[in-house]
Design a binder for this molecule. Sequence first.
Ligand code: PLP
Length: 338
Amino acid sequence: MTIDLRSDTVTKPSKGMLDAMMQAKVGDDVFREDETINKLEVKVAKMFGKERALFFPSGTMANQTALKLHTKPGDQVICDKYAHIYNYESGGASFNSGISCKLIDGVRGMFTAKQVEEAINPDAYYYSKTSLVEVENTTNKGGGACWDFDEIIKINEVCKNNNLGYHLDGARIWNALVAKNETAMQYGNLFDTISVCFSKGLGCPVGSILVGNSEIMNDAIRIRKIFGGNMRQAGYLAAAGLYALQYNLDRLKEDHKRAKEIGEKLTNLSVIKHVEPIETNIVIFELIDDVDEKLFVKQLADKNIHIISMGGRKLRMVTHLDYTDAMHNKLIEVINLI
Ligand SMILES: *Cc1c(COP(=O)(O)O)cnc(C)c1O
């Protein structure tokens, strides 16, 4: 039994999902004739209370398209130092949009409206123009942390007062909705654009969506084409998304419960200095100084348990759909023996 906790992206489509995919009605999406893609786009747009949604092959492409839609070359986007758009999108912000990131020194990937206000450049010509604020929920490098919704409301005010776009990287927004009992609509009301992933906790093989109102989304399909993201009969993938929204959303609770249980066990270990608070499906922990990180990871790997390093002596485990009860029991057993 291999226990893979490196990421929630390691899941493989279930039998039910594969069946739904095989039965999808498809067409050429370049002519906008794929009825399953169209159905998923309409459904997700409605969930978030937005006029439009567009299907993407990856969350990165959806985020990069949003950055392009909100900015002009030379502009600046305000985001946290842990942000995926800054750390894990291969420098795409500068490569694709010619923009820079103004990094906020937040807590677990989250920051305050006051910090946003302080990060906005004065409008003198020799500064870059601040044009966008980007929030990530849940935070990836921040350990699956969920934002305080009141702060998100306050940042929306700052954006409105300063004429800034407001983008949400909601790759794992589903986890936040379930953990905090929030609705997609609440987020749709505040953000101009939102990217969401189907290939994380929801267990799809591929797929992301960007939502927004017509005015900003009009150019999204052109940008997607420029980025090479045109697809043809991708309704087979959209069918997985529709299936996931129906069957795999509520069960995220189980991933969260297991992550908490893992965290509680880890907290008791003498080799562990600190376990970050666990709100969703991500467990990040730090080893004490005299434990070799690579060796620790390897010793687990030798027992067929796979986890990853996040740098800075932090290690990560992520629970997911393919992490079964049997695997969970085995993992707890192994932790008890450390
Ligand atoms: C996974 C992820 C993305 C998208 O990544 P892809 O690998 O392109 O799907 C974007 N933002 C966050 C926070 C993520 O965790």
